[in-house]
Design a protein around this ligand. Sequence first.
Ligand SMILES: [Zn+2]
Length: 363
Amino acid sequence: MRTARLHEPGQPLRIDEVEIPQPGARDVLIEIKACGIIPNMNAIFSGKLWNQLPPLPASVGLDAAGVVVKIGSDVTDMAVGERVYVNPWLACGTCAYCRAGETLLCDGAAFQGYFGFFPRSIARLKEYPIGGFSEYMTASAQRLVRLPPPVTFEQAARFGYLGTSFAALRLAGVGAGSAIAINGITGTLGAGATLLALGMGATRVLGFGRNRDVLARLKALAPDRVDVLALGDAPIADWVRARTGQLGVDALIDCSGRAAAAATTADALHALKRGGVAVNIGALTEPLAIEPMRFMTARLQLRGSNWFTTGEGQLMADMAGAGVLDLGRLETRAYPLARVNDALAEVQKRPGGLVNIVVNPDR
Ligand SMILES: [Zn+2]
């Protein structure tokens, strides 16, 4: 089969021929129909960040969706022909966190087809060495999300970033009637958080970002519920309070990226209502100044969140299947496998979070 492999950090991927992997007893073999391209991918593949790259050359691709074509001997709840999204989160299963059932805290975790978080994560990447920019891959059956018929493979290939936003919204208790703010609303995480918050019943979604064109498109998703601010046009907290009866928001989802300014996040924290929760999912690296006394007296929370469970992936799929989550608002731009490097180049142009760039390995 064909797969895209990273041979050298920072160099273009190469399309190579490799053996079709065989599923273990608890695994399935999936014929991949779409795999997502995400903004951080070029930076990770540069090898210059903290992440542990898989042994090279490495078959890569993070968010794959496709059809189950073969099941392992011990797989009971999944059948050939099922349409699935593959949660690439590989937990070790044996560390103190995994044994306590907290697989998202695993200290040997890795993303199949992408990177490991710790040196010991490499063992997980060797166990599942094929990424989503391939014609086939194996995955354990417990990592599969069933896709209802209305959910396309291309939409499912966005589940990684959608799920990251979804888990953050759930941690913040967002639901019917919530007022939320999204810092970095124009990016992949921010646009996903907007679609999800609307589906979860939030009545006010107040977002800030830089790209005015994308901001206008996000506002148009639900003009009565979404409002947007171009950073620099007004002080964030004042702008939010003017739209929430001076109370502020129940939750802040901070999607600001690795290179963003922490000062914007600090300003956005002032938009929280008393008792509000801020969740960071954007990998902001600059140190952030906060005032602990204000967090005490206003009973505020600031926490981080990374990825999501397969169960949360299934909830999203079911929401999309029922029409509660409108993934039809994403604009898919599909590339054949042979043009995977062009797809990676396009994401660098920052087309905005409503654009969904995918690779179709069967084309
Ligand atoms: Zn573990």
